[in-house]
Design a protein around this ligand. Structure first.
Ligand code: C5P
Length: 236
């Protein structure tokens, strides 16, 4: 098991419209958290302002722009994230795209998106993919690792198989986490959801969590609850 401090196990998804809102969320939670994710919504509003602000404040940053384009474009986009305090970046695509991204990754850890946690089996079928999600996630994760990615983004439902088959070194970053007992009541647009305890017990290293924390009336209370679940998962 990797030696990751509990305050870095949750990567808080800063899915808000402005740097001001993001900074407010960070200030509210940074006593408990040290890892934040900037995705499409916030990056469109603030470009690198928020990324640089987070890293200057000593926080780890995941830039989740899920690059997908021809290899040369992805290579150049990944290169733009180098040497600015970014810890994780996300990409997806076929072998040449992944290879190009790996060539440019420099000091950051590159994560390949396997299958979005908002996709269910019917969504895959609608896109013409008949393989089971579990098999596709495993296939994509294995390729990504072989091609030099540091890890994958995948649902907690697949974490165990990935950890067992692909070994300890692979970074597994898991979104689609919902706290507590009634996770189906808080599904939002996610489909393949699990609890923090389960994801960690099954081998996830980091949990990407957004709305359960950002929409809570008391975010710190939810974070405390989730970190307890993480400790329980680590003890399994
Ligand atoms: O609000 P919630 O906890 O569902 O947040 C999920 C976050 O994780 C979003 O920022 C979303 O972009 C991200 N994500 C995901 N599934 C992936 C990759 C990233 O839900 N496969």
């Amino acid at each position: 098991m990797k030696d990751i401090p509990v305050n870095e196990r949750i990567i808080l998804a800063l899915d808000v419209d402005s740097p001001a809102q993001a900074k407010e969320l960070v200030k509210k939670t940074e006593s408990h958290l040290n890892f934040y994710k900037v995705g499409l919504q916030l990056f469109m509003a603030s470009w690198f302002e928020i990324v640089d602000w987070l890293s200057a404040r000593g926080h780890k940053v995941m830039v989740d722009l899920k690059f997908f384009d021809i290899p040369e474009t992805v290579r150049l986009a990944v290169a733009r994230l180098n040497n600015r305090g970014v810890t994780f970046a996300t990409i997806h695509g076929n072998d040449p795209i992944i290879r190009a991204a790996v060539e440019a990754k420099g000091d950051l850890a590159l994560l390949a998106v396997t299958v979005l946690t908002s996709f269910g089996q019917e969504d895959m079928q609608a896109m013409g993919m008949t393989q089971s999600i579990e098999d596709l996630v495993y296939f994509r994760a294995r390729r990504a690792l072989e091609l030099g990615c540091d890890g994958v983004v995948s649902s907690g439902l697949e974490a165990k198989r990935l950890r067992d088959k692909l070994g300890a070194k692979l970074l597994i970053v898991t979104p689609g986490i919902r706290p507590g007992a009634n996770i189906r009541d808080q599904q939002d647009d996610q489909q393949r959801i699990v609890t923090a305890r389960q994801a960690i017990a099954d081998g996830a290293d980091y949990l990407v969590i957004g709305r359960p924390i950002t929409k809570a009336s008391d975010p710190l209370e939810v974070i405390n609850m989730l970190q307890d679940e993480i400790r329980q998962g680590l003890a399994v």
